[in-house]
Ligand binder design. Sequence first.
Ligand code: SF4
Length: 211
Amino acid sequence: MPQLNVADTCVGTRALGPGWRSVVWVQGCPLDCAGCVAPDWIPDRPNRLVSPAALVDELLADPAVTGLTLSGGEPMAQAAGLAELVGLARARRELDVVCFTGFTAEVLRDRPPGPGVADLLAQVDVLVDGPYVARRDDGRGLRGSDNQRVRHLTDRLRGSGYDFAGRPRSVEVRVRDRGALLVGVPTAGVLRRFDEAIDRCAEHLGQGGPR
Ligand code: SF4
């Protein structure tokens, strides 16, 4: 059974797809897009290794969750484990699945980067594909830049009314014990202000401020 190498998770958010969803960001990405929003999650190093079954328990702990979002890092680099995760999750509840990938759908079809890609694609309802291109970041939609395409691989979310490509962006900030997590697709300005705020907090705490 493949283990997943996970960068982070979020149980319950409205910032990464329609409805109330859980998100898994995998650790490691073979691409290297300039301006990547999550550079810490590019290195292919062990972070949190967890079985798909255990991760399903975590992601579905909230009974109100109706969807999963797979992001990273690069989900297609861990496609076999994620395909198993989605299968196990759907055995427990009806769910829609949104997946981000830096590969284009054509590359995934013709030159899949690893095992399990076809199995995962068979379970994804909406695929947002293609690399992030900073000069094409138009600040809109559930995608980083407008070269990335929103592909409805099934009809499940086609009539949902959720405007994947054109909606105003929104983010949520989750405060953790040692830091904060930005959930969503941020505009460049939001990302800059978030990073500045984190730096100021670290500086403050480093100088003996309140904890
Ligand atoms: S594909 Fe995504 S995670 Fe990978 S480098 Fe590009 S923006 Fe970052």
